[in-house]
Design a protein around this ligand. Structure first.
Ligand SMILES: Cc1cc2nc3c(=O)[nH]c(=O)nc-3n(C[C@H](O)[C@H](O)[C@H](O)COP(=O)(O)OP(=O)(O)OC[C@H]3O[C@@H](n4cnc5c(N)ncnc54)[C@H](O)[C@@H]3O)c2cc1C
Length: 346
């Protein structure tokens, strides 16, 4: 266990924003993670769990407590069953499952961050979500003071949400277990139209696993969604807003405001329709690269808010509020932030 006082947090986030932690603890084993959490809880000390810092917006004032950085390692494959330690780098783990010829995570290639954070917001991309392949999550339960194993059905997974996100101060994820599939070197069915088009196949067809993985990385890089320290378009927290899910009444009101415009609309469960946050932002007049200050929209993707190098968290939040308010004024739809806010709010 490594301990540092008054430790800068900005370099530990992909936005490279945020003030210092009063105390930063880096834990390399599950036992160290549990011990650090127990110690903070016993002392009544505020605790922030940090993985890869790719979904965090930390306030300029920093964090007045213990930041626990999870640096555990462990990639164990047994047939089609995979167990990852929370600190494993997610994109590396995905690449290893593809190299092992197993389907289930191939469309989640290139997503930054740690394995342990993937159940928190039910990470997803290109028609795949971790909820589809997670069997169990092993977590330290701060309420019970013990390590528990939650079955998939107990994780309350939904679009970019879970029990862990709903109750952020309760669980610290230690291990995530997945069931992958041996499809003879082929991928899961291609669900996402953009991937199908790019690969020249029909939706629901399977493609070679390695090709699916490579194509997703290529598409993501084109949108600045693969980390590259030299490219400020990737100094982001990924998509800043979730795609709004509208009730029937909200969708009717939204459509009525559109006039001749047609917005993307996808079924999202009983009586619910999901539309595209990127479309809303774009059609509200915020183009790629919007902004003249040190925080702007990515020049490759309207949905990513980026730090051009000298931004503060307040600069980023000012831009986020401008976009949220502009979309509300244009379409009556309320955008909700996807990244977790620490010490700040929109
Ligand atoms: C360029 C870019 C592209 C992205 N693309 C996608 C995408 O396609 N799809 C997608 O879903 N997300 C995407 N993201 C968001 C982000 O990568 C994911 O949410 C990722 O899972 C966050 O992992 P992390 O380890 O960096 O979490 P952090 O940012 O460190 O933490 C995020 C939250 O999870 C909590 N947390 C972290 N680890 C644990 C743990 N072990 N136990 C309990 N809580 C924990 C933290 O306390 C915090 O609340 C993208 C981000 C970037 C920067």
């Amino acid at each position: 266990m490594i301990e540092q006082m008054d430790a800068p947090l900005a370099p530990l986030t992909t936005l490279r924003l945020g003030g210092p932690a009063r105390r930063l603890v880096t834990a390399g084993t599950d036992a160290e993670v549990v011990a650090a959490v127990r110690a903070a809880d016993a002392a009544g000390e505020p605790l922030l769990v940090l993985g890869g810092g790719s979904n965090l917006v930390i306030g300029d004032a920093g964090f007045p407590g213990t930041v626990l950085r999870i640096a555990t390692e462990g990639f164990a494959l047994d047939g089609t069953l995979l167990e990852l330690a929370a600190g494993e780098v997610w994109s590396d783990a995905v690449a290893r499952t593809v190299a092992a010829g197993l389907a289930g995570l191939e469309f989640l290639a290139g997503i930054p961050g740690s394995a342990g954070a993937t159940p928190v917001q039910n990470v997803g991309a290109y028609g795949q979500e971790v909820a589809e392949s997670i069997t169990e999550v092993v977590a330290y339960d701060r309420l019970l003071g013990e390590t528990v194993t939650l079955a998939n059905a107990d994780c309350a997974f939904s679009y970019r949400h879970s029990r862990f996100k709903a109750d952020p101060d309760r669980y610290v994820v230690l291990r995530v277990r997945f069931r992958l599939a041996d499809e003879g070197g082929l991928s899961s069915p291609v669900k996402y139209a953009e991937v199908a088009r790019a690969m020249g196949v029909e939706p629901e067809q399977r493609v070679k696993l390695g090709d699916a993985h490579a194509e997703v990385l290529r598409l993501r890089a084109g949108k600045g969604m693969v980390l590259d320290a030299a490219d400020h378009d990737t100094w982001s927290a990924g998509s800043f807003f979730t795609n709004p899910v509208l009730t029937e009444a909200q969708f009717a009101a939204f459509t009525a405001r559109l006039g001749d415009l047609r917005a993307p609309a996808y079924p999202a469960g009983e009586g619910l329709t999901k539309t595209s946050a990127a479309w809303l932002i774009d059609h509200a007049g915020f183009r790629k690269g919007h902004g003249s200050g040190p925080a702007t929209l990515s020049t490759k993707h309207t949905l990513a808010l980026t730090n051009r190098g000298s931004a503060t968290t307040e600069d980023l939040l000012a831009l986020a509020r401008e976009v949220r308010d502009g979309v509300r004024a244009a379409f009556g739809v309320e955008l909700v932030n996807e990244p977790v806010m620490v010490g700040v709010s929109l």
